[in-house]
Design a protein around this ligand. Structure first.
Ligand SMILES: [Zn+2]
Length: 90
C-alpha cells in the first residue's frame, strides 16, 4: 500500500501527485574569514504521492483567487488615494 507523504495514512483510493516541500536548509556559506560571507536559505520541493484530502489542501493553498488580488490592491491603494485627495485641498 502506498502511504501519503504528508499525513502518512495509507492511500486506498486514488493517488495524487503533488509538488510538495521536502526539506528546508539554511546556513552560512563562505566562512567568517571570507568577504563572500552570505546567508543562504533554500526550500527543496519534489513531486510526492499524497492522499485526496492532502491534495485538496495543497490545491487550495496554491491558488491565488482574483478577489484576493483586488483586496490586496485596495488595501495598498486606498491610503494613497486618500492622501492624494487630501493634499489637493491645500
Ligand atoms: Zn494525506
Amino acid at each position: 500500500m502506498t502511504h501519503c507523504y504528508i499525513c502518512g495514512s495509507g492511500i486506498t483510493g486514488d493517488h495524487y501527485r503533488r509538488n510538495v516541500s521536502t526539506g528546508h536548509s539554511s546556513g552560512v556559506s563562505g566562512g567568517f574569514s571570507s568577504t563572500s560571507l552570505r546567508l543562504s536559505e533554500r526550500t527543496y520541493t519534489g513531486v510526492r504521492t499524497v492522499c485526496q484530502s492532502c491534495a485538496e489542501q495543497l490545491d487550495a493553498q496554491g491558488d491565488i483567487q482574483p478577489w484576493m488580488l483586488i483586496v490586496a490592491i485596495a488595501i495598498v491603494a486606498i491610503p494613497f488615494l486618500w492622501f492624494a485627495l487630501h493634499s489637493l485641498k491645500y
